[in-house]
Design a protein. Sequence first.
Length: 219
Amino acid sequence: MTQNLMLTLTLLAASLAHSADMAKTVLCFGDSITAGKQPASLKVGECWVDRIQTLSKGRFHCINEGKGGRPASAVGEFKTALMRIPAFDVLILALGANDARDDGKEGEKLPARVKKNLAEMIALARAAQPNATIVLAGPYNINAAALKKDQPQRDANLRAIATQVEALALEQKIAFVNLLGVVPPETLLADGVHPDSAGHEKIAQKLWPALEPIASKGK
């Protein structure tokens, strides 16, 4: 009986190791919504990064490189992430939402700056992993009525940034997922910005169609 149990455990360990080897590494680089630590009601495993891994049914190993307050200008932080995680099969860039907090002083320069910084990150990613698939996610929508601080320009900035991110995706011939309007307002009541569990579910479901074909391909 003991020998049978040991054999079973050995086979199970081998199976798990094989599955881990076959899983594609997905690097998710973004802001606090990627990090999934806000609002306080959000539990471990409920952020969109974890939900994508769950949807993949073992075909993805998602690495969460989200950080609160991160703007698209964090190219240096992206370089550091690439040094720390030199091998990946898929990169999801989800930035631009924090840049939208600009009060309008930059005007038309703001979305162009976001586009330029994301283009630099794409170039760095391709240099590090030429065969990796890159997915650009447009900035998330907000619930302006629930914002703790009035930011009348923020919605307009988000739309302008999303347009530039989509244009960049077309230029670079990579997938673009528009997240504006995806997060239901009722999931953003904590602070107007950070979605609850249901909001993260909506984000994951929106991203998944762009990722599922990648998950289905052999490594």
